[in-house]
Design a protein around this ligand. Structure first.
Ligand code: XBP
Ligand code: MG
Length: 256
């Protein structure tokens, strides 16, 4: 029985990476007089590093014009990430990234059935607050009762810690929840925590190899293009589809 949906944020609730986080990183570089700019393709390659500060450090390690000493790089990454986070919040106020199609509908229909909502993300809490308070108002924490972010874990995705913490806060077993994710790292994290995962393909992970989800499709707004096919019915993806996919997985996993 599905009692909760555990939502990934970036790429899943909204396409925040290309025009949100990437732009905010570039504004942070500019604000510190650094010539670095991450174009769309380079940022796509960097996304396999989960966590913005970790991404910065990874990129700096490959730049000849970055500080040589590790301590200096860490210090610079802290200041850049602080600035980046502030700029992302400003961007979300000025030109907020819309929710992906079908997201609000699934949240509303699932809540109407008493299914609980939670956030399981690598991104910083300030980013989640900026995005969700815009889309769900000041009362957004009444929609998402549990919110586990990058700061709350020792190890970010693909480590399962974020999902384990989420389940523990909800007092649920892994098979009482379903995760919705867009990236291979996110899928790996949910899977390692034992949570069934549904994948909505995002811009940056449109072709990423993912073989271990209960279902993969182009977005929650449509019933077309999903593998396996959703349950019969109209409209976008709903609770009956999530149940259908999770039950299929259970029946498969119980085969000898
Ligand atoms: C996505 C991430 C984050 C964001 C940037 O997390 O990996 O690092 O790109 O946010 P998810 P920060 O898909 O799990 O929501 O700079 O705050 O890390
Ligand atoms: Mg994501």
């Amino acid at each position: 029985m599905i009692r909760a949906i555990l939502w990934d944020v970036d790429g899943t609730l909204a396409e925040t990476e290309r025009d949100g986080h990437r732009v905010a990183f570039n504004l942070a570089f500019e604000s510190m007089g650094l010539p670095w700019r991450w174009d769309e393709a380079h940022y796509g390659a960097l996304l396999r590093i989960t966590g913005g500060r970790e991404r910065l450090l990874h990129d700096m390690a490959r730049r000849s014009d970055a500080p040589v000493l590790a301590d200096e790089r860490i210090e610079l990454s802290r200041e850049l990430h602080r600035r980046k986070t502030a700029r992302y919040a400003a961007l979300m106020r000025e030109q907020p990234t819309p929710l992906r199609d079908g997201v609000r509908e699934l949240i509303e229909s699932a809540r109407a059935e008493g299914v609980r909502m939670a956030i399981a993300t690598t991104t910083s809490r300030a980013n989640v607050v900026a995005l969700l308070s815009h889309h769900f108002g000041a009362q957004w924490t009444q929609v998402f009762e549990t919110v586990v972010c990058g700061e709350d874990v020792r190890h970010k995705k693909p480590d399962p810690e974020v999902y384990r913490r989420c389940l523990s806060a909800l007092a649920l077993e892994p098979n009482e929840a379903v995760a919705i994710e867009d990236s291979p790292g996110g899928v790996a994290a949910a899977q390692a925590a034992g949570v069934p995962v549904v994948v909505t393909r995002s811009e940056y992970f449109a072709d990423a190899p993912i073989d271990s989800a209960v279902a993969i499709g182009p977005g929650l707004h449509t019933r077309d293009g999903w593998r396996p096919a959703p349950a019969l019915g109209p409209g976008g993806i709903g609770m009956e589809d999530l149940r259908h996919w999770c039950m299929q997985m259970e029946s498969v996993s119980h085969l000898p």
